[in-house]
Structure formats: C-alpha cells, structure tokens
Design a protein around this ligand. Sequence first.
Ligand SMILES: *Cc1c(COP(=O)(O)O)cnc(C)c1O
Length: 242
Amino acid sequence: MIETLSRRLAAVREQIAVAAAAAGRQVDEIQLIAVSKTHPPEVVAAAVAAGVTDLGENRVQEAQQKIAALHHLQPRPRWHLIGHLQRNKAKLAVSLFDLIHSVDSLRLAEALDRHARELDRRMPILLQVNVSGEASKEGFWLPGGITNDAAYRELLPAIEAILALPALEVCGLMTIAPIVDHPDAARPYFAALRALRDDLARRYPQASWRELSMGMSDDLSAAIAEGATMVRIGRAIFGERH
Ligand SMILES: *Cc1c(COP(=O)(O)O)cnc(C)c1O
C-alpha cells in the first residue's frame, strides 16, 4: 500500500512542479492537500508516512473519528475541512480543523466566530464561492465572477460583515469547478475566482486574501496555471473511492 501511495504522491508532486514551472511560479507557493475522505485511518497514516502534511476531509464526523484515531501521528498533520458545513457542527469543526475552506454564508461565519471565541482561538477560514452557477454546488452565489455586477453588489455586505468578525481570519477563497471534458475548459472558473480575490484584496486590505483553494485530481494543472495556492487531491493519491 505504501509503495503505491508513494508512487502516486510522487506523480502528483511532479505534476504540480510541471504546472508551476509552466506558469512561471515557485512550486513552494502551492500546498498539496491530500483528500482522505472515505479512506480509513491506516491509509491516512500511510500517506503521512509518505510525506503528506495536509489532509482534507469533507464530513465533520468522519474527520472527528480519523483525527482521534491518528492523534499520535508525528509530525501532526494539518486538517482541512473542504465539504459543506452545517451550523450545528460549527463548534466541533472549530475544535478539529486547522483551516475551514467551505464557509458559504454569513450565518455560518457568525456561528464559527462565536464558537472560536468560546474556545479562545482564531479560526482561519476561506470563503467558498460558486462562480459556475451550477445549482448543485455550495458557496456564495457569484456565477460569472465580478463581471456579474448585480450578484457582486449583493454579496459584498456579507463579506464585509464576515471580515468584521473578530475570531475569524479570512485567508482567501475556495471554489469547485464544474466537471468538464477537457481540463482547460475549467480555466475560466479558476480565472474568475482569482479575479474576485484580486478585487477583494483591493477593497479590503485588512485580510490577507493569500489563498486560492482550487484544483482537484482532474484539473489541478489548470488551477495552478490560474494561481491556485492550495490544490485538493483525492483520487490521484488514494485511488478511486468506493
Ligand atoms: C472530494 C473532493 C476533492 C478531491 O477530489 P478528487 O477528484 O478525488 O481529487 C476536492 N475538493 C472537494 C471539495 C472534494 O469534495
């Protein structure tokens, strides 16, 4: 198992390096997040042994069990929540994760802020944005990105309110591109997220806006070409999910 994992991991790292070089970027600007959802703790432990430092999970309860089972791992991996978060799990999420990528409403952000204050921590978050307009996708609603004036004007007050929450640290944006036949077809969605990030950074310099979490197994090179700083890779590292 660990040989297969190591080989796949090396291939993904190589793909990241090639995409970064093609885009004239430094490879260390791009954080690899290994998405371990559905895989048991022993597989996750093998990934960490193979050099994975950052793990992505999409369900709070599944992550809670794995984090408990793997609390002894050294060095301790960072845990990322990449899936939709319900407000009734906000407290647990604050206690478990190093970065929450999937903040998609002001009400959720307010709940996270309240629990972060109770737990006396500052919670790093990303704002998930739906730039594709697919009804199946979560995220703040901004199909077409900043060129969609009406939707953008509606969105800005919520973002301002989130930036004012004292226990949250807004680090950037996250999106999920549509499934497309050719990865280059995903580029406009990644470009839209980047343009949004650049515009928000101009408007609200009080936050860093550094991170662009975008790119999965099938479209990571396109995402890196458009400026991804975090790629979330599941199948290319762990194989198909069952
Ligand atoms: C499952 C998942 C991934 C990883 O997808 P792969 O296609 O397996 O690389 C990335 N991001 C999110 C939000 C996911 O739910």
